[in-house]
Write a protein that binds this ligand. Structure first.
Ligand SMILES: [Zn+2]
Length: 534
């Protein structure tokens, strides 16, 4: 994975990574209290019966079409197949009456755009997903990654391959469709297409105009996306955007997320003697860079994760009452996470996970100096390195955080350099630290009180009722803000896939109940959003 900072618009790599972490940790969550795997969130939806009879007649056809889509290899660098994917999506959309086109640019897969103009609709919703997938190592897969296989359950639980025709008789909630990108991230594209089929089959009008935006380079860091958006601003204008990627909550309850943390990364190098010195002959005399660095890090963050840098929390905006309420309503999973990770404590037990990820964080992601264990030498090392990533929350900015951190280092008596110090500099400054900053990107947050947010919640709760989890922000980081700034609109994340989907890994899969629920969620959005979006 490229270092976020170094790549100007490493857009969603961290997104999917942050969601990978979610999915990795959740295989054991199917036994969560209130686990609704056995319930049907559609129970309270007014269209439920219509929808289930639609599904009964269409399930097999939907999965068949999806398997054709999944059978096209989709690694961003594979230009020929990426074009085949883009043309497949264009045809999928056109079959549903969507005016679709490919925005092509040298050096990147096509951006697939589509537009559905609805007479009388006053609002336009943009909908983003990506059709490229993570590279694969076929030898690690049970069945080839681009030869989609339907199984009647999880491989690990003895799931057996079955023909699609089984879906003519069975709703297949717990069936799993195995293929690269079955979950990350072709699923929302298929769910959206099937939602249009459902509405049309019941002559249900859309209440909004919809513009589709399907990218083919997300897993490669989306290096061209913001530029393409900038160039096609008028074509892609709208009133709000849904970013459709990632898994639902570990309890299998649907969730929407109103923001993401920003990110800034830093490589620090503290210097000691020009060459490694005998710790016996020179200990307590020659400055030890490892000790200097350890002391410096301890002045930045305490053992409970509190950042000690002066004024670091100065720009942090407190959560609104609505955001606090949303977190309070989300299922508590701390105890299970501690079990899962075999941890006796979390950094600040007064607060639950969802509260902690609403604050900025300083993560020490790596330390390096001298050697340890059998390689250890009784020497004072020449330098010590630390790799740090900061997570930012509204209204922090990467620039301001950088200033505060550098001010802190100066206050600690360090002289800052941005390249390896020469002899003169080393002889002049007792404490030297080289800093290599990533570019980072700011946090994003759509207020839950925003008309777009309220309308989306209203439409989704029509389907999911009170089981819809509303999360003010993702703990992970994606430069969601980049899209919001270029297109000047609010953004909301709407994941639909199952958390235990192995995304990015071998045997990626999609649980069919998540696909069915995804189709229902998009159907309700398209049909109802305009009525509540003031
Ligand atoms: Zn993704």
């Amino acid at each position: 994975m490229k270092r976020a900072g170094k790549n100007k618009s490493g857009l969603f790599v961290l997104w999917s990574l942050s969601f990978v972490i979610f999915s990795l940790t959740s295989s054991s969550f199917s036994s969560l209290p209130g686990d609704r795997a056995r319930e049907n969130i559609l129970a309270s939806w007014g269209q439920r019966q219509e929808f289930e009879s639609f599904l009964a007649s269409k399930r097999a056809a939907i999965v068949q079409e999806y398997m054709e889509f999944l059978a096209i290899p989709n690694v961003a660098a594979d230009r020929e197949n990426m074009r085949r994917n883009a043309l497949f999506i264009q045809a999928m959309l056109e079959r549903r009456g969507v005016r679709a086109s490919l925005i092509e640019q040298e050096g990147c897969p096509p951006l697939v755009c589509g537009e559905l103009v609805v007479p009388g609709a006053s609002k336009t919703l943009l909908l983003y997903a990506h059709y490229d997938g993570q590279p694969v190592n076929p030898s690690e897969w049970t069945s080839p990654p681009w030869k989609p296989v339907l199984r009647d359950g999880l491989l690990e639980e003895g799931g057996k391959e079955i023909p699609v025709s089984v879906l003519e008789k069975s709703s297949g909630e717990e069936f799993r469709l195995y293929a690269r990108s079955a979950s990350d991230d072709k699923a929302p594209i298929m769910a959206v297409a099937a939602a249009l089929d459902f509405l049309r089959s019941r002559s249900l009008e859309l209440s909004i105009n919809v513009k589709f935006l399907f990218e083919g380079e997300e897993e490669a860091g989306s290096p061209h996306l913001l530029g393409l958006l900038e160039k096609n601003k008028s074509l892609l204008s709208g009133h709000g955007i849904l970013l459709c990627d990632g898994p639902v909550h570990q309890t299998r309850r649907p969730q929407i997320v109103f923001g993401a943390r920003g990110m800034l990364d830093l490589e620090m190098t503290v210097y000691g003697p020009k060459r490694a010195l005998h710790s016996g002959h020179y200990g307590n005399w020659a400055p030890n860079p490892a000790a200097l660095l350890a002391n410096l890090l301890a002045t930045m963050r305490d053992s409970r994760g509190k950042i000690l840098i002066e004024n670091f929390y100065g720009d942090v905006v407190p959560l609104t009452a609505e955001e606090r309420q949303a977190i309070a309503e989300a299922p508590q999973i701390d105890a299970l996470l501690l079990q899962e990770f075999e941890l006796a404590w979390s950094e600040d037990q007064k607060y639950r996970l969802e509260q902690r990820i609403m604050l900025p964080a300083m993560n020490i992601r790596g330390l390096e100096s001298g050697h340890v264990e059998e390689k250890a030498a009784n020497a004072i090392p020449t330098e010590a390195k630390a790799s740090v990533d900061f997570r930012l929350v509204p209204h922090q900015t990467p620039q301001k955080v950088r200033e505060l951190v550098e001010k802190h280092f100066l206050k600690q008596g360090f002289h800052i350099v941005d390249s390896t110090p020469d002899r003169e500099t080393r002889l002049k400054h007792p404490r030297l630290v080289k800093l290599e900053w990533g570019e980072g990107y700011p946090p994003a947050r759509t207020p839950m009180s925003a008309p777009f947010a309220k309308a989306v919640v209203h439409s989704l709760e029509k389907v999911a009722g009170p089981s819809l989890i509303k999360m003010p922000s993702l703990g992970g980081s994606i430069p969601m803000r980049g899209i919001m700034d270029v297109l000047e609109i609010d953004a909301i994340l709407l994941p639909i896939v199952n958390h235990d989907n192995n995304q990015h890994g071998p045997n990626e899969n999609l649980r069919l109940q998540n696909l069915w629920e995804g189709i229902a969620l998009f159907s309700s959005l398209f049909a109802g959003l305009g009525k509540h979006w003031l």
